[in-house]
Ligand binder design. Structure first.
Ligand code: PLP
Length: 214
């Protein structure tokens, strides 16, 4: 399945992020040995343990809700944080990145699902963060685009509509602020094909690569 996903991503010019949360370092190493370098985790403590044991050229992506008081632990090496869901969190990331004299890549997580979801920015809040960013409020972060999660449903047209709305927000906002927002992180094991067709540049796939969790 890994090779199949990889060639699908190549066809769409998208990045495959192997979501390795809850999986042991041996499982990650075996996918690494196939050439995979982008891995996604959602817990800081788990990432810290894995980071210490695994090759240092892995690009680690944080894909789940991140608490401000944990940012300092990953700031030295995290490659991209997909789940920026408040201006406070972004300010904390900016400060930690400055301390380590680096620029951390981030995505703004925007609520697109019809269902009630806990995390994610409203469109208004995302827009005001972009305005602050363009004004220079966060010099040590690079906002690369948007991340979104679709409603958990078998209704493919609903999922398609939600992904399409994120893609159009990206187009609208990058025009409005004259900034490049090249990345759209959307699509998981169950809906990555719909996401790629809607313009995803990064799919976050766990169970299809590593098997189901727990
Ligand atoms: C766990 C997780 C994934 C991967 O889910 P799968 O269904 O196993 O592919 C993707 N994105 C986020 C934010 C996750 O928490």
């Amino acid at each position: 399945m890994y090779q199949e996903l990889l060639s699908t991503c190549e066809k769409y010019n998208a990045t495959l992020i192997a979501v390795s949360k809850t999986k042991p370092v041996e499982a990650i190493q075996s996918i690494y040995d196939l050439g995979q370098r982008d891995f996604g985790e959602n817990r800081v403590q788990e990432l810290r343990e894995k980071y210490n044991q695994l090759p240092k050229d892995i690009r680690w992506h944080i894909i789940g809700h991140l608490q401000k008081n944990k940012v300092k632990y990953i700031a030295p090496y995290v490659y991209m944080i997909h789940s920026v869901d408040s201006s406070d969190l972004l300010a904390t990331i900016n400060k930690a990145a400055a301390k380590h004299e680096r620029i951390i890549n981030v995505l703004l997580q925007v609520k697109i699902a019809q269902e009630d979801t806990k995390y994610g920015l409203s469109q208004d809040d995302a827009l005001s963060i972009l305005a602050q960013y363009v004004d220079g409020a966060y010099p040590n972060v690079a906002i690369k685009g948007l991340m979104g999660m679709a409603t958990f449903t078998h209704d493919e047209s609903a999922v398609q509509g939600e992904f399409a709305s994120l893609a159009s927000l990206r187009d609208q906002w990058s025009d409005q602020h004259s900034i490049e927002l090249p990345d759209l992180s959307m699509g998981m094991s169950g809906d990555y094909q719909i996401a790629l067709d809607a313009g995803s540049t990064m799919i976050r796939v766990g169970s299809l690569i590593f098997g189901s969790r727990g």
